[in-house]
Write a protein that binds this ligand. Structure first.
Ligand SMILES: Nc1ncnc2c1ncn2[C@@H]1O[C@H](COP(=O)(O)OP(=O)(O)OP(=O)(O)O)[C@@H](O)[C@H]1O
Ligand SMILES: [Mg+2]
Length: 384
């Protein structure tokens, strides 16, 4: 069945299949459930987070048999991860049944292809070039070396400022980018449906603590001028349109010291930088995805109140069954929303949940962020 040909009518008759059963699938499933839809996810780990609110097939997203089963059970399919074998997907899933399309996924999966693709459309980006050998890296210093495929959470990205840094060089197929003098790292969620209707959310700023991960958080709306906000939204929308993307897209950008806005990368899925939309916006990024997948009208992206998101990462030094310290204290603060993904095991820096904090006053919001951050800890039953 083509997405254009149906609009959700008999809700219980409709099943969304999701490749991956992690937190993004879980939060999508919650929204689908609200609309009375069925959800089935495919994830190799038994009792994956999404299984709390959906059916789960246990297996790899690259397992043809499991994909066939998922295809059989689902009316429409999406994915919460990008590292999927698209050749197998193409064999198993009809192309008008999966969104964003496999073509879009293929363009974005390889960071170098992604850059080449957007270059054709004149999207502003850091300059970049392919390197034929590690020797040629030396001539590019200072630069950022990136693995073409497979990188996430900063793995597969190496900043090379001196010859000494060449020791850290990536051995896999890679390319280099201009080392951008970053003023701020920004992100924005763009939603686009099959009719080409677009919704764009407020811009988010990722705030990093220079002392090393002590107080990293995201804040929405970003602390930037109107011109920058519009530029970020314009570039992000142009990029999603260039892709002819249908779905929810997490777009990461840089604002450099000269005030230029540059596209960093796009994820063809809901994104950590859009979690605040659950509590702070009229329609969350997850509900928008469900609306796209069921061809229902897109919702308003209006943000009610300033919001911040803290990632709940596994404490260094612990593993095993997670123990959430000071949950009670954190939950007694007004405007604090705790999301625990339900992962069975913690390990150092594993994403175990997130907390969204909202407040009408930005100073008070930041005070709360610091307070919550200092209180909550995800430890494990086993010390390592
Ligand atoms: N060209 C660049 N110039 C300067 N810094 C960069 C550049 N590209 C990436 N970085 C830095 O490296 C980080 C990770 O890069 P990127 O987003 O490409 O990788 P990733 O592995 O997809 O990370 P994540 O999964 O966290 O988004 C960026 O957030 C930014 O801080
Ligand atoms: Mg990134």
């Amino acid at each position: 069945m083509d997405l254009r040909s149906f609009r959700l009518r008999k809700t219980t008759d409709f099943t969304i299949g999701i490749l991956g059963g992690g937190q993004l699938a879980k939060m999508t499933a919650v929204e689908a459930r609200k609309l009375g839809l069925n959800v089935v996810c495919l994830d190799p780990h038994e009792e994956a987070p999404a299984s709390m609110v959906s059916h789960q097939l246990v297996g790899s997203v690259n397992d043809k048999k499991k994909l066939l089963k998922l295809n059989e059970l689902s009316d429409i399919i999406t994915y919460e991860i990008e590292h999927i074998n698209t050749e197998i997907l193409k064999e198993v899933i009809p192309q008008d049944k999966i969104y964003p399309s496999i073509e879009v996924l293929e363009t974005l999966q390889n960071k170098f292809n992604q850059r080449k693709f957007f270059q054709k459309f004149g999207i502003p980006m850091p300059s970049f070039k392919e390197i034929d050998s590690l020797d040629s890296l030396k001539d590019c210093i200072p630069c950022v070396q990136k693995a073409k495929v497979g990188g996430y959470d900063g793995r597969g990205v190496v900043v090379i400022k001196t010859e000494d840094d060449l020791k850290k060089a990536i051995k896999e197929p890679s390319y280099v980018e201009e080392l951008v003098e970053i003023e701020k790292e920004l992100a924005v969620i763009v939603v686009r449906n099959i009719d080409g209707n677009i919704k764009v959310y407020p811009v988010v700023e990722m705030v990093f603590n220079p002392d090393g991960n002590l107080l990293d958080y995201l804040i929405a709306p970003a602390n930037v001028d109107d011109f920058t906000t519009k530029e970020v939204q314009r570039i992000a929308v142009s990029a999603v349109e260039a892709l002819n993307g249908i779905g929810v897209f997490g777009v990461e950008l840089f604002l450099d010291k000269k005030g230029r806005v540059l596209l960093n990368e796009i994820a063809p899925r809901t994104h950590n930088s859009g979690h605040y939309t659950i509590e702070a916006c009229e329609t969350s990024q997850f509900e928008q995805l469900v609306r796209v997948l069921t061809n229902l009208p897109l919702g308003s992206t209006y943000q009610y109140l300033p919001a911040a998101t803290l990632n709940l990462l596994g404490e260094v030094g612990y593993k095993g069954k997670p123990v959430y310290e000071n949950l009670d204290k954190v939950l007694s603060i007004e405007g604090v929303y705790v999301h625990i993904y339900g992962k069975k095991e913690t390990f150092p820096l594993r994403k175990m949940g997130h907390i969204t904090i909202i407040d009408s006053n930005k100073d008070r919001l930041l005070e709360k962020v610091v307070k919550v951050k200092n209180l909550i800890k995800v430890k494990g039953e086993v010390k390592i």
